[in-house]
Design a protein around this ligand. Structure first.
Ligand SMILES: [Zn+2]
Length: 149
């Protein structure tokens, strides 16, 4: 499953084009896109991608890490969503880790399960450096003591 998801993430990263990446690197969108695609394809850590961005594009360390985290997370979320939709999933849920809980992501998480093609309250890619993940699938059934379904 991981391999499938990652292939979808790579596909997404390649197709994503300059549209969003231009926010980070107006002068080198194509080169940056290739590097991010390669990083996902080969399973680089954010740290390794950060180092590559620093060396190849002379980004500052902070900016390189921001791009590495943001682009990897976006590609994984989009790729995972595409894969899950193809498998019949209809719902998604924003999930943050405890050390990554900004207000935007907390709002998205608080929205609970929403339709897979709906947009979260703060957007599906709310901010740079966002490493939140998506849970995708059928909405979990609440505990039903009557069991009448
Ligand atoms: Zn966040």
């Amino acid at each position: 499953m991981r391999g499938v998801v990652d292939r979808a993430a790579v596909k997404y990263a390649k197709e994503r084009g300059a549209e969003l990446i231009k926010d980070f690197a107006k002068s080198t969108p194509e080169m940056l896109r290739v590097t991010v695609s390669q990083a996902i394809e080969e399973g680089w850590s954010s740290g390794r991608l950060r180092d590559a961005l620093r060396e190849n594009y002379a980004f500052s360390p902070v900016r390189a890490l921001s791009i590495a985290r943001t682009e990897t997370a976006v590609a994984r979320r989009r790729g995972g969503k595409d894969t899950a939709r193809a498998a019949g999933a209809e719902q998604k849920h924003w999930q943050v880790s405890d050390d990554d809980a900004c207000a935007l992501c907390m709002n998205n998480q608080a929205a609970g399960w929403i339709g897979i093609d709906e947009e979260f309250p703060e957007g599906d890619d709310p901010h740079p450096n966002c490493t939140a993940t998506l849970s995708i699938g059928p909405k979990p059934e609440p505990d039903d003591p009557d069991g009448d379904d």
